[in-house]
Ligand binder design. Sequence first.
Ligand code: FE2
Ligand code: FE2
Length: 272
Amino acid sequence: MQARPLEIRNLRFDLGAAVPRHWHGGRRSLTAFFDGLSIFFPEGERFFVKSVRAHAKVVKDPALKRDVNGFCGQEGIHSREHERYNEMLRAKGYPVDELERKVARILAVVSRVLPERLQLAATCALEHFTALMGHMLLGDPRLLAGAHPEMATLWRWHAAEENEHKSLAFDVYLAAGGNDLERSAVMLAATVIFWAKVLEHQARFMAADGVAFSPREWWALGWFLFGDPGGMRRLIPLYLQYYRPGFHPRDIDDGGLLDAWRAAYEVAAKAA
Ligand SMILES: [Fe+2]
Ligand SMILES: [Fe+2]
């Protein structure tokens, strides 16, 4: 259960021609990293919603029931906006259709072969990644410094809401009788598959820009993620916490990051 009801913010971003191809300060490999992540979201978040809804019947707690609806609402808007984001990428000539199709194929296999509770465990694992990456984006303004303002706003909004609902799927999984061993095993598999796909998307986006074999571009990305500012490096211990028996997503304190984002969001909403 969340400390407060999940707010569904029906935001619509201006993802037209004003957004430059390399919107992250002209940095190609870094823009490709974010764009490659966006490929996952429309299908991925529909899968999250489906796996949570499939367990709605085991949720007895009224506040948790309420939050299931909030979660589905938030993820529904994320799916819609990332569909629009991916449309923008398609228009720029990136291989969006093929990559989205491949993600959909994996999720279709998972939906067909895994029992429903394991599908929910997969959602919990992937929600841990989205929450951690959101934690990283909210916690270090340097990670979106130089980005086109609309894109920075979109990513911060998504980052914040991923943190707001980070324990929802997990709480439903616990209500469904999930356990540490099962979710840890699923996390291991999800880690391998997800990061292999991240790498594939990265290479394909860079290939579309003609820099797939540019050591400079790969170095720039690696240094940004693991060196300076190095957001990913700091996530590794938080990722590993997932394997600890009794772990709960709320154990990772957001350090007031969400409150700061909400305050900035409300000021911007009033000014708009
Ligand atoms: Fe989301
Ligand atoms: Fe999420």
